[in-house]
Design a protein around this ligand. Sequence first.
Ligand SMILES: [Zn+2]
Length: 115
Amino acid sequence: MRGKESGINVDAIARARIEILFSRAVRVFPENPALGARYISLGRKIALRHAIRLGKMRELYCKNCNSPRIPGVTAKYRATGGQFLSVSCLVCGETNRRKLGERREKGAKTPVKKP
Ligand SMILES: [Zn+2]
């Protein structure tokens, strides 16, 4: 591994760069949507190159057009069917749906069922 040889944690630097790019994308998007999408795509490329799993950060952008998800501005969040969360991109129209309560931590209590 490159990082271990030089004593520098390359993955940590890459992760920090991704976080910077993502937060900057949100800030710059209202004025310059193309630049915001560019920051997201750069962040995704860095993650790909360093095999970094984005985890929760994956929900911060649209997979289709790379625009940052800003609730009410570029993204619409709706609970559908009582058990799904659907996230629509207001830039390209892409909709993603995931089951609610799916990403529970291990050992967490099961969600209370409706009567
Ligand atoms: Zn989109």
